[in-house]
Design a protein around this ligand. Structure first.
Ligand SMILES: O=C(CO)COP(=O)(O)O
Length: 133
């Protein structure tokens, strides 16, 4: 499965901790991330991550392009709920595209953990059927 990992600056520590805690699961999948998030995950784990541009420079839109082609299977995007972002329209667009294509999308650690456990149990395997269509 193709998984996107994204976190705003104040949430970077949380996403790194998530990547470390679920490293074994993440190893089984293909990982993508915005620039700084991906670098921090690679620095802290043995995971290999395909990095796009940093979010404010277009990274969300690059991931959005994969979602638009229905190529992304799961998004974990730890958004900062307390800080305004200059690229808010890009973030909203990413969310919208996930809804268009029915892509599982977690915006906080609680949901992220539930989705990762579901992934481990094979409950997201329906995504492979989508790819075959
Ligand atoms: O801003 C972001 C997502 O909207 C994240 O970008 P970085 O991972 O480059 O910090």
């Amino acid at each position: 499965m193709k998984i996107a990992l994204i976190a705003h600056d104040r949430m970077k520590e949380e996403i790194v901790q998530l990547a470390m805690a679920y490293e074994n699961i993440f190893h089984e999948h293909e990982l993508f991330a915005t620039g700084t998030t991906g670098q921090k995950i690679m620095d802290a784990t043995s995971l290999s991550v395909t990095r796009f541009l940093s979010g404010p420079l277009g990274g969300d839109q690059q991931i959005g392009a994969m979602i638009a082609r229905n190529e992304m299977d799961l998004i974990i995007f730890l958004r900062d709920p307390l800080t305004a972002q200059p690229h808010e329209p890009d973030i909203i667009a990413l969310l919208r595209l996930c809804d268009v294509h029915k892509i599982p999308f977690a915006t906080n650690l609680g949901t992220a953990e539930v989705l990762l456990k579901a992934l481990e149990r094979g409950e997201l395997n329906w995504r492979e059927v989508v790819h075959e269509e």
